[in-house]
Design a binder for this molecule. Structure first.
Ligand code: AKB
Length: 311
């Protein structure tokens, strides 16, 4: 394997912590540099290099890329759907400018690869609700969705125009226990697990029958690494790949949790996040990811719940 030096931006976040740990296993601790605006996550402490970095500060980012001899960047810093609706300007600026800074530096420094996550939030109310295809009507109604959709086309543009090998996945809601999520609509699922264990009750901010596409973090990390390891000529999508694992509603998840914690009680008090969830598909067609690079999920609702409860 060629010597890689990887920079993970947003390494203290929900995906960043687990992705950094997985990359360190593959490439060696000292070859994966974690960075974030926030403090280093406890789980990363002592496992490899860390730098404090603001993705909005292009000059500082550029200096780090040169100084550390970076060959790949994983850009995970973003403002998610629910927080984005509270501060649309901030969400647009961070989600867009952060990506453009990374793409520009990747072009100038001829980086080998860049990873940037998109989301099922690119889809909107006019997209098909079930089995939503890779290529379809895409009219997002959240600022987060708009920024991800625009970002996908910036990635496509930098690949076609400048040859930047940038790759992307449209993550569904991600469920994990190692590092807390922040500001997403699908975060109800993680809150439900935590409250079920701690309080044996949870008031959900979505209606009981709100079906959304979801994925357990180990599947998402594996998907990311598999996509990044696929030879470039096998990839037919340079915007972002649909990937799917499971689809469930808050009521389905509560039933599954009750099979482990029988006295768990759930109630429902939908808030502004219901409208965001209603605008998204309930399930995703990921046949292109399956045929291009062999994507296949390993976790069902049952298996994921079992692991979440036991951690
Ligand atoms: C969110 O809920 O905003 C995110 C997402 C679906 O991208 N988890």
């Amino acid at each position: 394997m060629a010597k890689e030096k990887i920079l993970v931006i947003g390494a203290s976040g929900q995906i960043g912590v687990e992705l950094t740990m997985a990359l360190r296993e593959i490439y060696g601790n000292s070859n994966v540099i974690a960075s974030d605006l926030r403090e280093q996550n406890e789980l990363l402490r002592g496992t490899g290099p860390y730098v404090s970095l603001d993705v909005m500060n292009k000059e500082m980012l550029h200096v780090q890329v040169i100084r550390q001899g970076i060959t790949q960047i994983y850009l995970l810093a973003a403002i998610l759907s629910a927080t984005g609706e509270k501060n649309p300007n901030l969400a647009w600026n961070l989600n867009m400018q952060g990506l453009l800074n990374v793409l520009d530096i990747a072009r100038e420094e001829k980086l080998q690869k860049v990873y940037w996550p998109s989301s099922i939030a690119v889809f909107g109310p006019t997209s098909p609700k079930t089995n939503c295809p890779q290529h379809t009507i895409i009219e997002p109604t959240t600022v987060y969705g708009i920024s991800k959709f625009a970002g996908e086309f910036w990635c496509n543009y930098y690949y076609n125009r400048f040859g930047v090998d940038v790759r992307s996945l449209r993550y569904p809601g991600l469920i994990s226990y190692k590092s807390a999520p922040g500001g997403g609509t699908t975060d109800y699922s993680i809150e439900m697990f935590m409250q079920a264990k701690e309080e044996k009750q949870y008031q959900c901010f979505l209606q009981e029958d709100t079906y959304l596409p979801m994925m357990y973090m180990p599947d998402a990390i594996r998907a990311t690494i598999e996509l990044m390891e696929t030879p470039s000529h096998n990839l037919s999508i340079r915007t972002s790949y649909n990937i799917h694992a499971m689809s469930f509603s808050p009521a389905d998840l509560a039933d599954e949790i009750k099979s482990h914690i029988p006295d768990f009680k759930i109630s429902y008090q939908p808030d502004y996040r219901q409208a965001i969830a209603n605008s998204w598909p309930q399930s995703i067609n990921d046949s292109v990811a399956r045929s291009d690079w062999g994507w296949k999920e390993q976790y069902s609702l049952k298996r994921m719940t079992n692991e979440m409860i036991n951690q």
